[in-house]
Design a protein around this ligand. Structure first.
Ligand code: ATP
Ligand code: MG
Length: 461
């Protein structure tokens, strides 16, 4: 019987190839995840059929990576990568092979990065092809390079980051020689494009074990190169009365640990309190990305603002931090949405401490801001990652719930056009009046356009 979690469409592709006399297996990450009992996010097929033959066999194909032997087969609307067994040729740029040669299943396994990623499974005959001890490493939770680790990382430096990501996300220990090779090659990581670096860092921050990932980056020397401002958080002391946990790096790691728990619950338990709070229930992937980067970078302004006054202080670290965050994320060529969102959260991350003292209109304005749920979650993580006093957070969360329960804010009571109709001349006074009307509306002291017009007439005409 076919194991239930392998999609029928992938099975059909494999059956079709095998019936035509070719070898065909599931390959790489999906086999690893399948054996770990996890749901794979994509099911890749490896085959002895050549790309042209694959194209001829299936009606809907896209030749995305034909030069590398990869044809995407669309089966009932779902894309599957079907790759011809290959050998990678020489690597000269530290990232890509100069050419590839079509080869055998055994050869194809040897070009893959880690033993646990080098398993091929024939789901028709239920045969696991394991030429590199991947199954044993999977059982023992070890991440080991296929072949000579130094050579493998020298060939393609992206593998260095993939190693850290897989080790953290799978919680597998990196085998000693593999680890030594990572540390030895770390200095060459910038041969990888910024976009690929950013994509790997994203996957680390969103993989549910971001604290482990950051510690591995730090221990291997990669953090100094990729995110030197984050590496500089180490040994920056903080006032112990607010930060009993230690320096800024320790604080950031604790927050990441909490963030990891939140993310793990996201996928496992929709009734987890974080979701009952409703704060992250509707968070999209870009929003999670924004929050993850904001957690990592929220105190990035501290090293440069450190002063010992009446106590250790970091005046203005929020604004400086926002600028540094913007610089880091722009350098990594992140989408504008992430750059703006994360740097805004960094700038605002201290602002909730004054929330109870704000006038109602300003509180409501803040609560209605689309970034507010992320800001409040960042605030929660900041509290848990330091003094652990949660009363203020609870109070603001309560206010957020109340705001959610209020009828949705309607359009402004007045516009500039209304003011002109009242005979007022356009100028700076307009924005003052409109803001005052909006404040009053938010505080329910003005409730209709008629009331607002009367109020403006009384106060400004
Ligand atoms: P995930 O998709 O969960 O990130 P994955 O293992 O499927 O993990 P992919 O990037 O989808 O990773 O690659 C599929 C397979 O291709 C890998 O399992 C590995 O066997 C091989 N592979 C990918 N990138 C490399 C690389 N840079 N060097 C060697 N082999 C690689
Ligand atoms: Mg994959």
């Amino acid at each position: 019987m076919t194991p239930p979690s392998i999609p029928e469409d992938a099975m059909d592709i494999i059956l079709c190839l095998q019936k035509a006399g070719f070898q065909a297996c599931l390959a790489g990450g999906c086999v690893r995840d399948f054996l770990l009992g996890k749901t794979a996010h994509d099911w890749d097929v490896a085959t002895s059929a050549l790309p042209d033959q694959v194209e001829q066999m299936f009606p809907h194909t896209v030749a995305v990576g034909k030069a590398f032997g990869i044809i995407v087969v669309i089966q009932n609307g779902t894309p599957f990568e079907v790759a011809t067994f290959r050998n990678d040729g020489k690597y000269t740029d530290g990232r890509h092979p100069e050419n590839i040669v079509f080869s055998s299943l055994e050869e194809d396994v040897k070009r893959r990065d880690f033993t646990v990623n080098a398993l091929l499974y024939d789901p028709v005959h239920k045969i696991l092809h394991d030429y590199v001890g991947g199954q044993q490493d999977l059982k023992q939770q070890i991440l080991r390079a296929v072949g000579n680790p130094l050579q493998r990382f020298a060939e393609d430096k992206l593998r260095i980051l993939r190693a850290i990501r897989f080790s953290a996300n799978l919680q597998f220990k990196i085998e000693e020689n593999t680890w030594q090779a990572i540390c030895a090659e770390a200095q060459n990581i910038n041969r990888v494009s910024r976009e690929r670096i950013a994509a790997e860092l994203d996957k680390m921050l969103l993989g549910g074990h971001s604290s482990s990932a950051m510690q591995l980056l730090q221990k291997s020397g990669l953090l100094d190169i990729l995110l030197p401002q984050v590496a500089a958080l180490q040994n920056v002391a903080q006032p112990p009365q607010f930060h009993p946990e230690g320096d800024v790096w320790q604080h950031t790691l604790l927050m990441l640990e909490e963030w990891d728990k939140t993310l793990q619950h996201c996928s496992e338990d929709p009734l987890h309190p974080r979701f009952q709070d409703g704060l992250l229930a509707r968070a999209s992937l870009p929003e999670k990305r924004i929050l993850a980067w904001a957690v990592l970078l929220h105190d990035i302004g501290k090293p440069d603002t450190y002063v010992e006054a009446d106590r250790i202080r970091f005046n203005g670290h929020d604004c400086l931090g926002a600028r540094i965050a913007q610089e880091i994320l722009s350098r990594l060529k992140m989408p504008n949405e992430v750059i703006e969102g994360a740097s805004t959260l960094v700038r605002l991350h201290m602002s909730l401490s004054a929330f109870p003292q704000m006038r109602l209109a300003n509180r409501r304005r803040k609560l209605q801001d689309p970034l507010f749920p992320l800001l409040l979650e960042l605030h929660r993580l900041d509290c848990i990652g330091s003094h652990k006093i949660m009363s203020l957070h609870q109070e603001i969360l309560q206010a957020w719930h109340e705001e959610q329960a209020r009828p949705a804010p309607t359009k402004p009571l007045l516009t500039g056009k209304d003011l002109m109709n009242m005979g007022l001349k356009p100028g700076p006074l307009f924005s003052t009046i409109l803001k005052a009307v909006q404040d009053a509306a938010l505080e329910n002291s003005l409730n209709s356009p008629e009331e607002a017009i009367r109020w403006v007439k009384q106060n400004y005409l």
